[in-house]
Design a binder for this molecule. Structure first.
Ligand code: ATP
Ligand code: MG
Ligand code: MG
Ligand code: MG
Length: 439
């Protein structure tokens, strides 16, 4: 992409409404624009990152054997009356009446809708196990939307639902989700720690939240520092292997790590003192096993091998896709701007032309642009006639991992400059070598 043809409305001033760094940088980098409280338009740069994160989530869910689909945002209140949650959910639910006076709502989550789909089409244990998921906009009328996309009212969420014949089978689905979530967050360059949590309005007492440690997080967390040494890495996992998935769950959840909702002072104090930590965290996902809560209320049953009709065992599993942009920026930035991990960066590298209009510099930039594009990479070429300082500031703000700087002086010696956003280190090399390093 050539910057002169792109839409990147960078702000010079720091917006006064933004209290935390990720919100400030997302506004300043022209990634989002508030439409109304807690509701945002995703401008091209923000949209690109959102799609990259979404894509990682899709890949890891499908690797785990979970099946993508799409449910609507607007739901009928009748289903929620069946489960009893129409009254229970409270003011976070946006209720709508259509022209025929029917009660509708903008879905805050989808347990009812998916259970309705299940009961209409599945009746036998032979069709199980089954895990369906979608990535769709949700609406929750948060009392205090804030911190940009971190606590929006409209937000993008992956929510998956498992259907199993027994509690044991459903707990295997729970473990599969835990593993696939660990993999997803790590691919985004994040450490998200599974912590014992509270069921809330979804219900169930078998649940973990995934938290990214950050001072700006809204949750208070208590943990054994040993949990921060754990990484999933690139180990092989067979998602059908019950024992292997269970072992990962045990490895990642046996040490003390809890949110304030389930915190137990006595257990916490049993950890050696030098490993006790109290901190803040950002909730980027949660998994639940809630058994037959919805299937019993809504009559979702299956026939077992010995001919009995039993309510199906279920769980639900969410990832805050749009919140993750904020969480990644909170975890990876400096005072100049964002530092994107390679896996989610909106463009692979920036090309800065120090002297736009200089025939040699222009030709060298065009050649770099073409070589990078031919390799399937996605460069952002700043081809505007601006001062170098302004171009560098924009590149630093939007946080691309690499910058290739091209100017007449270097070109005389046949070199360009390659700069790493993370380390700030620059090195002169031939354009060919720069392409090789970035690729
Ligand atoms: P929170 O405690 O932050 O209100 P939640 O526990 O109500 O979140 P869940 O029902 O567990 O949320 O939804 C799954 C995920 O969706 C959360 O882990 C979070 O990452 C994301 N999420 C929830 N509410 C919001 C919101 N208002 N804005 C952005 N993301 C959200
Ligand atoms: Mg909430
Ligand atoms: Mg929560
Ligand atoms: Mg939650």
């Amino acid at each position: 992409m050539r910057l002169s043809r792109y839409f990147l409305p960078v702000l010079k001033e720091t917006p006064s409404e933004a209290q935390i760094v990720s919100h400030r940088y997302m506004l300043r980098a022209g990634m989002i624009k508030q439409a109304s409280a807690g509701i945002y338009s995703w401008l091209p740069l923000g949209f690109k990152v959102l799609k990259k994160i979404e894509n990682i989530v899709h890949e890891e869910q499908q690797r785990a054997g979970h099946i993508p689909m799409l449910m609507p945002t607007i739901q009928s209140a009748d289903l929620w009356r069946e489960s009893g949650r129409y009254d229970d959910y409270g003011e976070e639910m946006l209720r709508i009446t259509d022209r025929h006076n029917r009660d509708m709502l903008y879905g805050p989550t989808n347990e009812e809708l998916i259970t309705d789909i299940f009961r209409a089409h599945v009746g036998s244990y032979k069709d199980l196990p089954l895990t369906l998921y979608h990535i769709q906009w949700k609406f929750r009328d948060e009392i205090r939307p804030r911190f940009g996309v971190m606590r929006g009212r409209e937000f993008y969420m992956k929510d998956g639902y498992n259907f199993d014949v027994s509690k044991d089978a459903a707990l295997h689905a729970y473990n599969r989700h835990l593993v696939s979530y660990l993999r997803s967050y790590e691919r985004m360059g994040l450490q998200a720690i599974p912590m014992r949590a509270d069921g809330g309005p979804i219900g169930g007492d078998y649940t973990h939240e995934f938290l990214v440690l950050a001072d700006t997080g809204e949750s208070e967390v208590f943990y054994d520092s040993a949990v921060t040494d754990l990484t999933f890495g690139d180990r092989d996992i067979d998602y059908d292997d019950v024992a292997q998935c269970q072992a990962v769950l045990e490895e990642f959840t046996s040490r003390y790590a809890r949110t304030d909702e389930t915190h137990d002072e006595a257990l916490f104090n049993a950890i050696p003192e030098d490993r006790r930590r109290t901190a803040r965290g950002i909730e980027v996902g949660q998994i639940f096993y809630f058994g037959t809560k919805y299937s019993e209320a809504m009559g979702a049953t299956v026939q077992t091998a010995d001919g009995k009709s039993v309510p199906v065992h279920m769980g639900s599993h969410g990832i805050g896709v749009s919140r993750l942009l904020g969480a990644i920026i909170e975890a990876s930035h400096d005072d100049k701007g964002i530092i994107w991990p390679e896996s989610v960066t909106p463009f692979h590298c920036g090309i800065v032309n120090l002297k736009q209009g200089d025939a040699e510099a222009d030709a060298a930039c065009d050649a770099l642009y073409q070589s990078l594009t031919a390799l399937g990479l996605d460069p952002l070429y700043d081809d505007r006639s601006e001062r170098a300082g302004g171009k560098f500031a924009t590149m630093d703000l939007i946080g691309l991992p690499w910058r290739i700087t091209v100017g007449p002086r270097g070109l005389k010696n046949g070199v360009v400059e390659l700069t790493s956003r993370r380390t700030g280190e620059s090195e002169e090399m031939t354009p060919e070598m720069a392409v090789e390093k970035v690729a």
